[in-house]
Design a protein. Structure first.
Length: 303
């Protein structure tokens, strides 16, 4: 039986939204009619394409494979339309990357730097919380997630989590502060800005303080690294953070690094979904980060 591309298009629209009702509304057809079209496609392919979870639809393993083909087919169709309508460049690859909202912008910029000047590539950058990003990844609305925490995949959620960088965490404060001794001496008597209690950096910092019997005076707990950077720059307080977050402030002389904390690091992960084929841009990006990490060259952190 020949593939019915009309049915495939309906499947593609549902897979992108993850919701039958919303897809039906966007297609201006009834939900029952849309369900019938997808059932015909499943019958022709001999596999179920969706797994129903409550009111939402989740792609099965066969559905993920079918979606990857449909995505390429209809993306090229959109490119063809754009080419004849406006002369837009054909065969322009699209790479969709999500980042946890609290992740350092400097890290993101450094990670993406190799792709920023490519004329044959369009980057779609999205920011949200981890649960929402993983939902978009599972629905194939993202190609990659950047995060500072690992996730564990399983048969239902075939996520692939790769460590791409590991950076020291330091005591950051106003330049010119009088400090002497080791990190315990620097911390004593200081008012600190620290990551929130759910942050991995905070967990390691708390363990370090407990081991050395330190009782830090905490002025603020901040989850967002961009806000942490602003508060450290403007309040005069010391902060516990990776130096990359305040790279520009250290270059300008507004802030200084008063030493790395032993055993305290921030780890950066690239999370993708297991696929038989990766897009060329994604493969290039992950190869570059793997090689940089293996040679211990931090990504995007050079002065």
């Amino acid at each position: 039986m020949k593939l019915n591309y009309h049915h495939l298009y309906y499947f593609w629209k549902v897979a992108r939204t993850g919701h039958l009702t919303r897809a039906a509304e966007s297609l201006h057809i009834s939900q029952s009619a849309l369900s019938g079209q997808i059932r015909k496609l499943e019958e022709s392919l001999g596999h179920d394409l969706f797994i129903r979870e409550g009111r939402r639809l989740k792609l099965s393993e066969a559905g993920r494979m079918a979606f990857s083909y449909a995505e390429e087919i209809f993306r090229q169709g959109e490119e063809l339309t754009a080419l004849f309508a406006s002369g837009a460049q054909p065969n322009r690859e699209i790479l969709r990357i999500g980042a946890v909202a609290t992740l350092s912008r400097n890290f993101q910029e450094g990670f993406l730097q190799p792709l920023l000047n490519r004329e044959d590539l369009e980057l779609s950058l999205q920011s949200s919380h981890m649960d929402e990003l993983l939902r978009r990844l599972s629905a194939h609305r993202l190609d990659l997630i950047l995060a500072n925490q690992a996730v564990q995949g399983d048969e239902q959620n075939p996520w692939r989590c790769r460590l791409i960088a590991k950076q020291p965490v330091s005591i950051i404060g106003p330049r010119g502060a009088e400090v002497q001794g080791d990190f315990t001496d620097v911390l004593r008597g200081r008012t600190l800005i620290v990551p929130g209690p759910d942050n991995n950096i905070r967990h390691a910092f708390d363990q370090l303080c407990e081991y050395h019997r330190l009782r830090p005076n905490i002025a603020a707990e901040v989850d967002d690294m961009a806000m942490m950077r602003l508060l450290t720059r403007d309040t005069g307080h010391f902060a516990i953070m990776p130096p990359v977050v305040v790279r520009d402030e250290m270059k300008s002389g507004a802030l200084a690094d008063y030493g790395a904390l032993p055993g305290v690091f921030e780890e950066f992960y690239a999370i993708s979904i297991r696929r038989q084929f990766e897009t060329p841009a994604l493969r290039e990006l992950l190869t570059q980060t793997r090689d940089n990490f293996l040679t211990r060259t931090p990504i995007g952190f050079s002065d």
